[in-house]
Design a protein around this ligand. Structure first.
Ligand code: SIN
Ligand code: FE
Length: 299
């Protein structure tokens, strides 16, 4: 067994206590803030942001806090590039400052992933099935394997008038129980796209983070859920309408979700290590390892 993952501890008979934000998030809840609790771009900055368009074939505009680089947008001038980078860097700083005080236990060791700006209307977007946002799924990033670190995402709707509309469904534990075997648990996995791509990518980009069994399963499960018509049609659903100026937070590797409508969202992703979790034995990696009985993380 992988020693990054704790074994399941027996519960004590401690008195019930209120559920912490960490527990709610780690169990797959979406936590909603009707007014975004940190500063969003205002006035001319917001107008400038909403005028930006995605580059050809790009799903979103993205910014990496680690390098200060922004990509995926139509470039018009050096001033425009510098202003957009600054605006996304400011969003990253404001979001991260607020989240560090709200979830200090995570902030000690989290890795800042990336910021995205989502300028396209989601309703009726034409994307390949595995890239569609309007089909229920859990998140796994093909180019950024997490090796069991959890994917925490903070969204803000910067649209002036329109809500962003989401569906959510079952959390990871119930999805794993219902569909894990059919999707192919690591002990009995069918050949998937990573089986062919992983050795090729390892040669082409030796510095790239390698996928663990966990990452391969999560990608397979992401694709499987999007392709599963029975789950899409009959899975329990809750609709969320996130109004302009609101924000929401979720571990999207557990909270299954789809976006049905809306344009102009800002989002920041963070990788949270198992050691920083309040309920590490309930993480997707720990549950997957128990379900299949083989190590799923690279040590
Ligand atoms: C996603 O499925 O991760 C996208 C959600 C969104 O853009 O609102
Ligand atoms: Fe997603």
């Amino acid at each position: 067994m992988d020693d990054r993952l704790p074994s399941l501890a027996l519960h004590s008979s401690a008195p019930p206590r209120t559920t912490s934000l960490e527990e709610r998030l780690e169990r797959g809840e979406v936590v909603f803030y009707s007014t975004c609790p940190f500063l969003l771009p205002q006035g001319e900055d917001r107008e400038f942001l909403l005028a930006q368009r995605g580059g050809w074939g790009q799903k979103n505009i993205n910014f990496k806090p680690a390098t200060g680089m922004a990509r995926g947008f139509r470039k018009q001038s050096a001033d425009q590039v510098a202003r957009l980078r600054q605006l996304l860097a400011d969003f990253s700083a404001h979001a991260t400052t607020w989240l560090s005080t709200t979830l200090p236990g995570y902030a000690k060791s989290w890795r800042l992933d990336q910021v995205t700006f989502r300028p396209e209307e989601e309703h009726g977007r034409r994307l390949p099935q595995a890239a569609r946002n309007d089909l229920l799924h859990i998140d796994a990033f093909p180019g950024r394997p997490s090796n069991g670190d959890r994917i925490l995402r903070l969204f803000a709707n910067v649209n002036l008038t329109e809500p962003r509309v989401w569906l959510t469904s079952l959390p990871f534990p119930q999805l794993l129980e219902r569909y894990g075997t059919d999707a192919g648990l690591p002990c009995r996995k069918p050949l998937d796209r990573s089986f062919f791509w992983e050795p090729i990518m390892a040669c082409l980009q030796p510095a790239r983070r390698r996928r663990s069994e966990y990452d391969r399963f999560m990608l397979r499960f992401h694709d499987y859920l999007k392709a599963n018509r029975e789950f899409q049609a009959t899975g329990p659903k809750r609709e969320w309408s996130f109004p302009p100026g609101s924000a929401w937070l979720a571990f999207t590797d557990s909270a299954s979700h789809a976006v049905l409508r809306g344009r102009y969202a800002l989002e920041h992703s963070y990788f949270v290590a198992p050691e920083a979790l309040t309920l590490p034995h309930e993480s997707p990696a720990a549950r997957l390892q128990r379900a299949c009985g083989v190590p799923v993380l690279k040590s």
